[in-house]
Design a protein around this ligand. Structure first.
Ligand code: DGP
Ligand code: NA
Ligand code: NA
Length: 211
């Protein structure tokens, strides 16, 4: 049996990731192809509850501490992600370690750069593809309910976008496919389906961990 694919969606807040992930899951279901959707942070676990309180401004956390909590929140799901992929289920992830590195490094903390942020992520399953829904910080800010959570400020989003650019020209960039998220919902969806159809899941399961 062919292994499932591991597909990650990334982008700024309000880029449309969650909407597109949900539509993609519906497409898989319509085609009777096994699929599972995961969203990080998963706010339902103990670490997720701490993260949720932090994002809502109800609690404070030291920058490295919250970074590690986000990382734990991903590690908690590794065994089930690997099991699903091996069982032929395609796993779609709404945000992953790319956000992990970029959002943390976007803070003005001299001891928390991209390379520090990447360390706790090493060993997580590396996706077949990272679909980057590209939107300017300005357009993102115009979309609904922007500004509700911790990182939803124009300054932070601009820095995040810049660092996603840095990531795309690092070895991580190999995984990236950029899609213009300013286009209509339908044309973004169409482009996503093309990109996914073209994935050649050639990576052996043993080669999956991020190095
Ligand atoms: P979302 O539920 O997709 O809106 O994500 C919540 C926020 O958390 C979003 O602003 C991105 C941010 N985020 C996601 N993963 C990480 C991470 O690992 N580290 C940090 N610092 N922020 C993250
Ligand atoms: Na958000
Ligand atoms: Na989202």
């Amino acid at each position: 049996m062919a292994r499932g694919k591991l597909v990650v969606f990334e982008g700024l807040d309000r880029a449309g990731k969650t909407t597109q992930c949900m539509r993609l899951v519906e497409t898989f279901k319509r085609r009777a192809e096994p699929v599972r959707l995961i969203r990080f942070p998963d706010r339902s676990t103990a670490t997720g509850k701490a993260i949720d309180a932090y994002l809502k401004g109800e609690s404070e956390q030291e920058d490295h501490v919250i970074h590690l909590l986000f990382s734990i929140n991903r590690w908690e799901k590794v065994a089930s992600i690997e099991a699903d992929i091996q069982a032929g289920i395609t796993v779609i992830i709404d945000r992953y370690y790319y956000s992990g590195c970029v959002y943390s490094a976007a803070k003005d903390n001299p001891t928390l750069d991209l390379s520090w942020a990447r360390h706790p992520e090493v060993g997580l399953p590396r996706p077949d593809i990272c679909i980057f829904l590209d939107i300017s910080a300005e357009d993102a800010a115009r979309r609904g309910s922007f500004g509700e959570e911790k990182y939803e400020t124009r300054k932070m989003q601009e820095r995040v976008r810049q660092l996603f650019g840095v990531l795309q020209s690092s070895p991580e960039g190999e995984d990236f496919v950029k899609i213009d998220a300013g286009a209509s919902l339908e044309s973004v969806e169409e482009r996503i389906l093309e990109v996914i159809a073209a994935i050649d899941a050639h990576v052996d399961i043993e080669d999956l961990p991020l190095r």
